[in-house]
Write a protein that binds this ligand. Structure first.
Ligand SMILES: C[S@@+](CC[C@H](N)C(=O)[O-])C[C@H]1O[C@@H](n2cnc3c(N)ncnc32)[C@H](O)[C@@H]1O
Length: 274
C-alpha cells in the first residue's frame, strides 16, 4: 500500500465509520484490506478505493464488507464486572425500591459486537428480578456497524473464550452446551432487539430515544475527539433525564462532554444525565 493509497483509504474509512487509522496502523489496514482485494480480483489498493468511491451499486455492497474488516470486535460475557455491579446497584436503587409499579426499562448496547454485552445485561436483569420477586418489562436494543457480528449475535452460539467469565450455575441455566459450543436460550435472546446502526449517522439516533441505560463501551477508542464529541452529544439526547451512560473502563469523557455527571462506584464510574 503506497502512502497515497493509505491516505485516501484512511480518509474514506473515517468519513464512513469515524474509525481513525493513524500512520502507525498502515500495516494493519493493509493486511485487513488485502483479502478484499483478492476477493474482488483487484490488483491495487488504488483500484479498491475507486471501486468503493465510484462503483455505484457494487460499492454500496462492498461497504458492508469494508465495515466488517475495519472493525475490531473483541468482546465477552460479563466483561468488566465493576461496571456490571454498578448497573445492578443502580437498578436495585432506582427500580426495585418498592415505590409503585416499575416503568418499562429501555437499555441500549451501542456497538454490541457479537452480542455478549446485551445478553449479559439481560441475564443480570433477569437474575435480579428473580431474586427480588419482581417483574420489570424491559427491552434491550443492540446495534453495531458490522453486519457480520450482528449475524453472529442473532445466532447466539458462543465459544469457550466468550463465556469464560460466566458462573457455572448461570451458564447451566441460560445456555445449552453442544460440542463445546454454548447456545443461548430463547428466553434471553428474545429480550434483545438486534439492528444495524452506524454511530456517525446523526439521523439514526432518532430510533434510540428515551433510554434508561446506554452502554457504549470500547468503541470510542477508535474515534478522534471530534467524533467522540458527536457520539456523546447524540447519546445525551438519547438518554432519559436521570438515565445512565457507561463507556469503556479505559475510556474517558474528559474534554469530550461535561453534560453527564460522573458517579463513582467501586472500581468504576457511571455517567448520569442531570
Ligand atoms: C471492541 S468492540 C466492543 C464490544 C462491546 N461493546 C464490549 O465492550 O465488549 C467495538 C465494536 O464497535 C463497533 N463499531 C466501530 N465503529 C462503529 C460505528 N461507527 N458505529 C457502530 N459500531 C461501530 C465494531 O464493529 C465493534 O463490534
Amino acid at each position: 500500500m503506497t502512502r497515497e493509497e493509505f491516505t485516501v483509504l484512511r480518509d474514506f474509512i473515517y468519513e464512513k465509520t469515524g474509525i481513525c487509522f493513524t500512520e502507525t496502523k498502515k500495516y494493519l489496514l493493509e493486511s485487513r484490506l488485502t483479502n478484499r482485494l483478492n476477493e474482488l480480483g483487484l490488483s491495487s489498493f488504488e483500484d479498491y478505493y475507486f471501486h468503493l468511491k465510484y462503483g455505484a451499486e457494487k460499492a454500496r455492497a462492498e461497504l458492508v464488507n469494508l465495515f466488517d474488516v475495519v472493525t475490531t470486535n473483541e468482546t465477552s460475557f460479563f466483561r468488566n464486572q465493576p461496571q456490571l455491579d454498578a448497573f445492578k446497584a443502580i437498578l436495585q436503587k432506582s427500580c426495585m425500591n418498592g415505590s409503585g409499579p416499575p416503568a418499562p426499562l429501555r437499555i441500549w448496547s451501542a456497538a454490541c459486537s457479537t452480542g455478549e454485552e446485551p445478553y449479559t445485561l439481560s441475564i443480570i436483569l433477569t437474575e435480579l428480578m428473580e431474586s427480588q420477586r419482581i417483574t420489570i418489562p424491559f427491552t434491550i436494543f443492540a446495534t453495531d456497524i458490522s453486519s457480520k457480528v450482528l449475524e453472529s449475535a442473532r445466532e447466539a452460539v458462543f465459544g469457550q473464550y466468550s463465556i469464560r467469565n460466566i458462573d457455572a450455575s448461570v451458564r447451566g441455566k441460560y445456555f445449552t452446551e453442544d460440542n463445546n459450543m454454548f447456545r443461548l436460550n430463547d428466553s434471553v435472546k428474545k429480550t434483545v432487539k438486534i439492528d444495524f446502526m452506524n454511530l456517525i449517522d446523526d439521523d439514526a439516533y432518532r430510533m434510540y430515544r428515551q433510554m434508561d441505560f446506554i452502554f457504549c463501551r470500547n468503541v470510542l477508542i477508535y474515534f478522534d475527539e471530534k467524533m467522540k464529541k458527536k457520539v456523546i452529544d447524540n447519546m445525551y439526547e438519547c438518554t432519559k433525564p436521570k438515565g445512565y451512560l457507561t463507556i469503556g473502563h479505559a475510556e474517558s469523557l474528559h474534554n469530550i462532554s461535561r453534560a453527564f455527571k460522573p458517579l463513582v462506584f467501586p472500581g468504576t464510574i457511571a455517567y448520569q444525565k442531570g
